[in-house]
Design a protein around this ligand. Structure first.
Ligand code: AHN
Ligand code: ZN
Length: 352
């Protein structure tokens, strides 16, 4: 309001002085004053640039990833309820994700496709892609699945094993981190183009009680579709990073097997970056499990070297509340979101 008032005021000043111009020459010192002010201003901004970075071309300022913001994006998804394909919550969350990526200035692609699950269920699936600098050839791919598992088939309580899960960590955490990265990308773009690919129908793999054959192709249906039908023809990226279960307190991320096989150098780049930032207690430089996850099909079918940042543990293999009804917001810790988010920010903004 104050700003508007002063604007109106200065406008009136100009009108007043132009009327005076016809009568006398007081306008000349006014122009002089304006000129001096303009020179002073331009010097000031140049001085600021000098003091902030001596060589603006060689130093990149990596923005700060806001973990509170990421946490809110995780919660917003969980608040829809389980995001199981063919449900109203799933459709509403899909709309929310498209809206957020648009709000954050991405070029948004939506792939709506019918996919057939292992048990014959037709899934109304939707891959959602947000692209930054879509015209740029040099690109980085960031992925996470946004659906949640239809059943808590790993729940310790047998009667819960056919109830859908909230997937706060398994699903929403990775997407929450990527939405916060999108918000940062809107404010300041890195040199490379970035594609945020939110894949659907990752977690509709066979129920633990399923008697038929278990195959890896029964998982990650959305990423399999995307790898064979990318959002733009001939799509390629220098490398990809998949986020899966990146929000639990004291999570540890180890070198996952397929990531080592297909993209060892990217694993080293990311883990070294994390350790240099002081996140070595999360990014532990040890070999972990081999996991059938979205990155497998991106590596195999799209042939983009892609790693999986996924929580591993000795006891259960994954996150302790994996595929249980306890995978809710209580398991989400901002410090872990920050460690993962800031590491990815560092990697994507430093890439030349
Ligand atoms: C399998 O259980 C075969 N893969 C785990 C991939 C996954 C499920 N990630 C999250 N949920
Ligand atoms: Zn899962």
């Amino acid at each position: 309001y104050e700003m508007q008032r002063s604007l109106v005021g200065s406008e009136m000043c100009i009108r007043d002085s132009s009327q005076r111009m016809k009568r006398n020459y007081t306008i000349i010192p006014l122009f002089l004053l304006l000129f001096v002010a303009m020179v002073a201003c331009s010097n000031k901004s140049r001085n600021n640039a000098d003091s902030e970075g001596k060589q603006p071309q060689s130093t990149v300022n990596v923005p700060q990833f806001d973990a509170d913001s990421a946490y809110q994006y995780v919660k917003a998804q969980v608040d829809f309820g389980p995001r199981v394909p063919n449900t109203a919550a799933h459709r509403a969350c899909g709309e929310y994700l498209v809206k957020k990526l648009e709000q954050f200035g991405a070029t948004v692609y939506s792939q709506q496709v019918d996919l057939i699950a292992y048990d014959g269920t037709l899934l109304k699936a939707r891959n959602i892609i947000g692209s930054y600098k879509p015209e740029t050839k040099k690109r980085i791919l960031l992925l996470s699945h946004w659906d949640s598992r239809p059943w808590a088939d790993a729940d310790p309580d047998e009667k819960n094993r056919h109830t859908p899960i909230l997937g706060a960590n398994d699903g929403a955490s990775g997407v929450g981190v990527l939405l916060e990265i999108a918000r940062q990308l809107h404010k300041q773009q890195p040199e490379l183009g970035i594609d945020i690919v939110l894949v659907d129908a990752e977690d509709y793999g066979p129920h633990q009680s399923y008697e038929g054959t278990h195959k890896e192709e029964q998982w990650a249906l959305g990423s399999q579709y995307w790898a064979q039908n990318p959002h733009v023809q001939g799509y390629n990226a220098r490398f990809g990073i998949l986020l899966d279960m990146v929000g639990a307190k004291d999570a540890t991320f180890l070198y996952e097997g397929y990531s080592e096989e297909f993209a060892k150098g990217i694993n080293r780049k990311v883990w070294n970056t994390a350790n240099n930032l002081g996140y070595g207690r999360y990014f532990v430089k040890e070999r972990g499990n081999t996991v059938t996850d979205d990155h497998l099909f991106v590596n195999r079918n799209a042939r983009i070297p892609t790693i999986d940042i996924i929580q591993c543990s000795e006891e259960t293999g994954f996150y302790e509340n994996w595929h249980t009804l306890k995978d809710d917001m209580d398991g989400i810790d901002r410090n872990t979101l920050k460690a993962v988010g800031q590491t990815i920010m560092e990697v994507i903004y430093k890439e030349k």
